[in-house]
Design a binder for this molecule. Sequence first.
Ligand SMILES: Nc1ncnc2c1ncn2[C@@H]1O[C@H](COP(=O)(O)OP(=O)(O)O)[C@@H](O)[C@H]1O
Ligand SMILES: N[C@@H](CCOP(=O)(O)O)C(=O)O
Length: 328
Amino acid sequence: MAVYTQVSAEALGDFLARYDVGELVSAKGIAEGVENSNYLVETTQDRFILTLYERRVNADELPYFMALLDHLAAKGLSVPPAIKDRNGVAIQRLEGRPACLIKFLRGVSVSHPTPAQALVAGGALGQMHRAVEDFALDRPNSMGAQTWQALFEQCGRDLDRIHPDLYDRVEEALDQVLARWPTDLPTGAIHADLFPDNILMLGDQVTGLIDFYFACTDLRAYDLAVMHGAWAFDSTGTDFFPATGHGIVSGYRDAFELSEAELAALPVLAQGASLRFLLSRAWDWLNTPADALVTRKDPLAYLRRYDFYRTFDPATTLQGVNADPFLA
Ligand SMILES: Nc1ncnc2c1ncn2[C@@H]1O[C@H](COP(=O)(O)OP(=O)(O)O)[C@@H](O)[C@H]1O
Ligand SMILES: N[C@@H](CCOP(=O)(O)O)C(=O)O
């Protein structure tokens, strides 16, 4: 459960009084998520999400995220903009943390996406990339390829407390991936964390894209690679579901464009994405206080994905499987 900051009823009542949203009826901490504290807030008028920003979200960067959400919403995408108070202010403070009241979107995130759901989800990413072609703001990727070596060194030999040889494995993998990291592919605003838990769906329809707090300017195809890894495996990273992986890439291509160069780079981008989530999960695994109300995510599930993508990478000597995981 991700509730790092407790919000008292009194503080929440005072906070809501700044808005035209009615009176507080109830507030419940939301179990899902690992980065921020989220509450489902019900008032006499509507439901809202209350987010208090923790950990990796820098308060100075909230205006970028809010501008991106406003831009996407203005283009007709189903994303949740922050509600503005009576003075037009969206970014507030509550219980000592930066906080926003966010539009509630219908839908649920699927745990076992079907190929049909992957197709529409990949399409939603393509629509997002199209919609930001005229988005003017930039934000460097705070979890991008240039940051992985430092995060690896911060984890250090403690990685071997998670799994014997993990330090050596990651060191070698980083050398391999960073040496081949592409720099000449199209860039734009990317979501960078479009896991199934960040897409709300009803049946085979996407009803919302949420959790844009890793959004940044980076390679568009990297966003697709992140999504492929997050959607096309079981949660342990052991079983690969080819039709789901194909659905993500096909849906994206139907909605937007994917050049031959981007397609060719997907294996190394997916390896890099695997290392990115392996490292952030490993850091959290080693540093989350025992009493935190959050479920830590398994770093090794991304070591398995890395091994999978490495096997498919034509640039390595470790081939041996014929099927292409990205194309049908
Ligand atoms: N705008 C929203 N509408 C409906 N539910 C939401 C919304 N934003 C977040 N949620 C719910 O809260 C959960 C956690 O939100 P998320 O932004 O993923 O948290 P975190 O940033 O901590 O990972 C989501 O899985 C979803 O259930
Ligand atoms: N998706 C990341 C962790 C970030 O959590 P989220 O709930 O904000 O998506 C992972 O699975 O490691």
